[in-house]
Structure formats: structure tokens, C-alpha cells
Design a protein around this ligand. Structure first.
Ligand SMILES: [Zn+2]
Length: 571
């Protein structure tokens, strides 16, 4: 039992997808009700605390930490918004020991207490803490047991050298009525033999693959024994590599026990003799430096998936090209690279057909950091939200303004009439002055009415709380100077779309269902670094077509990309 008082409480609620299917809402409501009752009960006795937020992960398993609301709660703990988390039972929070240790560390370093109704822990004593860890361990044990029973069976079979399901390697086929046994497939086995033979002769994967493809040796498209993916219909560096590494061809069953790889003599016959296999694999090991998987030193394209061409709308994925100083990362039209492979002379329908990642990425990141502190942006958002929340008041206000407008109109009519019948000897100037005054007042009322109408047409809601939270989290993350992978993750959340044009980059920001856009124009003459542009998608295209120069592709961006140019909501 927690005995301190005045806690800032976060309630954590999770329902699995099964629970949700059986009784949607029900489990959430009952968990929340139980937690609220527990808080109220304690509050009746002493000043226990106040519920700050309720975090609900619906239809999500606790097998890992990839739960949006759990992450949000942990962030709130780090930001000291809450200092006690409550749940109905521990398994709602975590089912894995390693996850729980992570959560526990966050709790202790941030002096956040912990309370689970079912287990009723006192986390202030080490005995209670130990008990807690034991229970988490037990939860994990329970879950593991089932999968262990299955894998124990599989392991026993593997040790006997039996085939355990999954895709049957090329060159083999299943034997009817003898599960776990494989036969040599006379149709495809020669292809496997040829692959080993030719690799020893040619020496490189790419040229061996090419030779096999050119001479009619092809992997079968269908995979026997499952495997959801079809094979590629030809040899590639990748599939050839895996084929040559596969010990099934020398009659060895490879399996892993607790991350350790073990081998057993297989129940099937070998296709390749051991000497050939050994020589091939020695050669492969020598070539390994040339075989580095792309992911190892791959540029972390932070705009991956959201980068598009402003002119044609094509997706511009991250690509790398080899330049004089090594690999250079670009964002490039997907058709450009497709054509690259079959055309020597390239034709491009768009200019630029690619942009340097190191130019465009900092630009977007910079805009993002600015966005978080951009007063105009926050102001726009605030205005929208208050306008909508004020909807009822607006109605009254409109009625009031309409009445005023009516009054002013009749005043104008009356004055005009009086000026019309004014005797010649009396100067009309004072009346004209008064008329002007009333007309100005009317103009003001008209304008107010118009803006009111605009707001009412616009019934889109920006949940400000969500945005503020988002912005706060992000500033918190920014302070920790995130690396590119973290930046990518943040931008993937924040950015809906980045359109890359010859002279500008237009960024569409995600703010819940609402989105905002801004455009950064790269000036070519340093005079006006930026200029406001309408954010209408149709207009944007026209604008781009009018711009002739191409400061993006010829090296450095001239001029500093300045500020947020226009922030206008898109309809
Ligand atoms: Zn294009």
C-alpha cells in the first residue's frame, strides 16, 4: 500500500485483442471503474491524490513495449507529470521480465510509485520489490511455457535430423506419408549442383547468378512445404548466396537452441559433396567484404516514405549512388532508377530528378524544430480550437452583430435621406462626416461577421491537448540531441508528406486529423530568402512550374532557407 499522499496519478489500462473482441469497451470500463474506485476509496480516508491521465491501450498484447499509451505514460513519468501509476493487475503493464526492468528503471529514477490492485504491492520495501519481480517473472514463465512445449518437440525432431516444416530447399522435395523426410528432386537438383560448380569456376556471386540465368538454370517459383513468399524467378546475389551457404545440401540439419546454432546429421541424402561445399564457403568468406549488406552502412533516410516530387507527384525514395567521394545519399524518382538499369542514356521527365539527402534532410529537420516553437503556428492552432469551442458563443455573437448591422444600415438610409432633402444654405459636411463614421462602423461589423462565418464553416477540430503533448514530448526529445534514427522516427510521426521541387521543399505536417503545410523556398539570389506562397496543392504545382532555376541539384543551396513562410490550413 502506498502511504504518501497527494499523488499525481496515471491509470494504465490495457485490453488484449481477444478481450476486446469478446466484450468491446466492457473490459476497459471495468478496469477504469475499479481503479477510480480505489482512488476514491483512499481519497475518502486521506488526501491520496488526483488522477491526471488515463492511458488506454486497447486490443494490444503486453508481449513488448510497442504500445502507444504505455510510451506516452512513460514519457509523462519522465516529465514528472505523474508520480504514481496504477493498474488493475501487473499483467496489464508487462508480461516480460526485461520489459518490466526497463519500466522499473524509469519508475525509480523518476521517483514514481507503482500500485497494482490485484497484487497489492508496497514498493517501498525491498521485500515487496522482490515479490513484484517474482510475479513478473512468473507471468513471463507462464507465457513461455506454452511456446517452450512446442519448441521442445521441434527441437527433439531437429536433433534427429528431421525436416521441421517451412520452405523446402531447392533441389529437394517432400516425401508423402513420411513427415520430416526429404527426397532429392531430380528436376531441380542439377540446378543446385550447377550453382556450386559454376561459382567455383567464376568466383563471384553476381557473375555466377548471371551465368545461371543466361543458361536457363532457374529456381522454381513455388516453394514446397510452405513459405508464404514466392521465389524470385531468377538467381540474384542474395538467393544464390543463401543457396551456397545451405548445409542441407551436404546432409546436415542446422537448428538453434537458445540462440546457439547446432547441427545434426540429416535424414536426407546430400546433393553436394563436402569438399565442394567447403571450397565454395571458403571462397564466399573471402568475398565477404564485398558482400556487406546494404543495411550496415546505409544512410538513415529520415524522410523515408514521405518524400514526393512536387512536380509529378511520384514517390522519391532514398537511394544511394557512388560518387567520387564514396556513397552519396539521394532522394530520387523511383522511375529514374528503374530506367537506370535498362537504359544507358537516361531521360528525365522531371528536373531535378534527384536531390541530395544531406541538403533536404537538415532543411526538414530544421523546419520541424522551428515548428515546435513557432508562435504563429501555435496561435493558428489555438485560434481554431477556441473558435470551435466557442461555437455556441459565436452563434450569439453573430445574432448580435446582425442586429447591429441592421441598425447601422437604417441609420445610413436615414442620413442619406436627410442629406438629400437638406436646404441649400446648410452645409452637408457634418452629415457626410457622420455618414462616413457610420459606414466605417458597418464595415467593421461586416468583416467580423465574415470571419465568424469562416470559423463556422470550418468544423475541423484540432485536439490541442494532443498537440501540446506531442510538442512537449518532442522538445524533450530534442534536448537529448537525437541521432538520425530517432529523428527519422519523429519525422515519420510528424510529417505527412514532403514535396521536393526545384527551388523549394513543401512540408505537410501531421497534427492529428488536421494537417498544416509550410513551404521553404530556396532562393537563388540571396535577396529575399523566402516568400509566401499559397498552400493550395493545385497552386503549388503551377508555382513550381514557373520556377526555372535549379539550386537544389547544382551543389550547395544558396541562401539560408529562412523560416516558416506560410502556415495555412489545407481544406
Ligand atoms: Zn517528378
Amino acid at each position: 500500500m502506498v502511504k504518501n499522499s497527494n499523488y499525481k496519478i496515471g491509470l494504465y489500462i490495457r485490453v488484449s485483442s481477444e478481450e476486446q473482441a469478446e466484450n468491446p469497451e466492457g473490459s476497459i470500463k471495468s478496469q477504469e471503474q475499479r481503479l477510480r474506485e480505489a482512488v476514491n476509496f483512499r481519497n475518502r480516508q486521506y488526501g491520496f491524490g488526483e488522477i491526471v491521465d488515463v492511458y488506454i491501450d486497447a486490443g494490444i498484447s503486453a508481449k513488448n513495449m510497442k504500445r502507444p499509451k504505455l510510451q506516452e505514460m512513460l514519457m509523462d513519468i519522465k516529465m514528472k507529470k505523474i508520480n504514481l501509476i496504477m493498474m488493475t493487475e501487473l499483467s496489464r503493464l508487462s508480461r516480460s521480465m526485461s520489459d518490466f526492468i526497463q519500466i522499473w528503471e524509469i519508475l525509480t529514477t523518476n521517483k514514481c510509485s507503482f500500485m497494482s490492485l490485484r497484487e497489492d504491492f508496497d514498493t517501498t520495501t525491498s521485500a515487496g520489490e522482490m515479490l513484484l519481480f517474482n510475479i513478473v517473472n512468473f507471468n513471463q514463465f507462464e507465457r513461455k511455457q506454452t511456446s517452450e512445449r512446442v519448441s521442445a518437440n521441434l527441437l527433439a525432431r531437429a536433433k534427429r535430423g528431421l525436416y521441421n516444416g517451412g520452405s523446402v530447399p531447392l533441389g529437394f522435395k517432400l516425401i508423402q506419408d513420411r513427415p520430416g523426410f526429404l527426397d532429392i528432386d531430380e528436376e531441380t537438383a542439377p540446378t543446385v549442383k550447377k550453382a556450386f560448380e559454376k561459382f567455383l569456376e567464376i568466383g563471384t556471386l553476381s557473375r555466377t547468378a548471371k551465368w545461371l540465368n543466361d543458361n536457363g538454370y532457374k529456381p522454381k517459383l513455388s516453394r514446397e512445404g510452405g513459405g508464404s513468399k514466392m521465389r524470385v524467378g531468377h538467381f540474384t546475389v542474395d538467393n544464390l548466396y543463401h543457396l551456397l551457404k545451405n548445409k542441407a545440401y551436404i546432409g546436415v540439419k542446422v537448428f538453434s537452441v537458445k540462440d546457439k546454432v547446432e547441427e545434426a546429421p540429416a535424414v536426407w541424402e546430400a546433393i553436394i559433396d563436402e569438399t565442394t561445399f567447403k571450397r565454395v564457403n571458403e571462397e564466399l568468406a573471402k568475398n565477404k567484404s564485398r558482400l556487406k549488406p546494404i543495411s550496415e552502412n546505409r544512410h538513415p533516410y529520415i524522410l523515408s516514405g514521405v518524400s514526393f516530387c512536387m512536380t509529378c507527384g511520384d514517390h522519391m525514395p532514398g537511394k544511394s549512388a557512388t560518387g567520387r567521394s564514396g556513397k552519396v545519399a539521394y532522394y530520387e524518382h523511383s522511375w529514374a532508377t528503374k530506367r537506370d538499369s535498362c537504359l544507358t542514356k537516361k531521360t528525365f521527365k522531371c528536373n531535378p530528378h534527384r536531390v541530395l539527402a544531406k541538403k533536404v534532410e537538415p532543411l526538414v529537420w530544421n523546419e520541424f524544430t522551428k515548428l515546435l516553437t513557432n508562435e504563429q503556428f501555435i496561435k493558428n492552432l489555438l485560434e481554431k480550437v477556441t473558435a470551435i469551442h466557442r461555437d455556441n458563443d459565436d452563434h450569439k455573437e453573430r445574432e448580435r452583430l446582425k442586429a447591429k448591422q441592421y441598425g447601422l444600415n437604417s441609420q445610413i438610409d436615414a442620413l442619406a435621406e436627410r442629406i438629400g432633402i437638406l436646404p441649400r444654405e446648410i452645409s452637408p459636411t457634418p452629415l457626410f462626416k457622420q455618414l462616413e463614421k457610420i459606414q466605417n462602423a458597418k464595415k467593421e461589423v461586416d468583416e467580423k461577421l465574415n470571419t465568424l462565418k469562416d470559423v463556422n464553416i470550418d468544423d475541423r477540430l484540432v485536439p490541442l491537448k494532443t498537440f501540446q503533448k506531442f510538442a512537449e514530448y518532442s522538445k524533450f526529445i530534442l534536448n537529448e540531441n537525437p541521432d538520425f534514427n530517432v529523428r527519422r522516427k519523429i519525422l515519420q510521426k510528424f510529417v505527412r508528406r514532403v514535396e521536393i521541387g526545384p527551388d523549394s521543399v513543401k512540408i505537410y505536417w501531421n497534427v492529428d486529423k488536421e494537417f498544416y503545410s509550410n513551404e521553404v523556398i530556396i532562393s537563388s539570389n540571396n535577396k529575399e530568402p523566402s516568400q509566401a506562397k499559397a498552400c493550395d496543392p493545385c497552386k503549388a504545382e503551377k508555382n513550381v512550374r514557373n520556377v526555372g532555376s535549379n539550386s537544389f541539384t547544382n551543389g550547395a543551396l544558396r541562401g539560408t532557407p529562412e523560416g516558416i513562410i506560410s502556415l495555412k490550413s489545407l481544406v
